[in-house]
Write a protein of this length. Sequence first.
Length: 265
Amino acid sequence: MASNNDSIQKTLFVAILLCLVCSIIVAGAAVSLKPMQIANKQLDKNKNILAAAGLLVEGESIEEQFKQITTRIVNLETNTYATEAELAEIKAAGYDPKAFDQRKSSKDPQFSDKLDASKDIASIKRLENFAAIYTVEKNGAVETMILPVHGYGLWSTLYGFLALEGDLETVVGLGFYSHAETPGLGGEVDNPSWKAQWVGKKLYDESGDLAIRVIKGKADANSPHDVDGLSGATLTGRGVSNLVNFWLGDNAFGPFLSDAKAGGV
């Protein structure tokens, strides 16, 4: 006669109980580790901001290095720094102005708007109302400004930072911290040699029009605006050009930068 312990009912009961116990353990671990995950995510973001600005010193504390950076929230609708009332609104919605999650806010209908297709050259679909920018300041003057940028490449949306000198016309550096472009092709946006080409490039031509771009093929070494194309990754290179020009253009940071250069911000 079969033992009662071998019955189907008891086997199912034990299996279900084991699943419940494991689920509780996993859920508890996820909850307890969430603050650490958030902190590590912010640390990695800060590291990429420093790297784009050419300020990252390997082996030294990211927290200490980031103390030279000032975080500010810009209202992309008014082209000004966010007011106290706007910062209070951001906080009330669950966002931290000091560690602003722009990727999240860009998908939030309360803090973003759908872009008209004719304006959406970076293929981002929605534009956030507020953006976090980062500055290095000395004696009240901006020495470096780091802007968040993102846009679609070939396979993915590239998220990164573009750093400018205090003249707001000269590139200090460009780096991406998140993308899924093809390794060895579009993934070459992470190649230090390619990123180094951006340093010193000028955003505008003599007429004041945006002129910086990634071209197809090899750029003229004397060109103040052109960067080499990515071999075998024309669409990724075009995507980088489009996202840089979108974020520096009239529909994003362009008016804010113009006002800042004129001393109006």
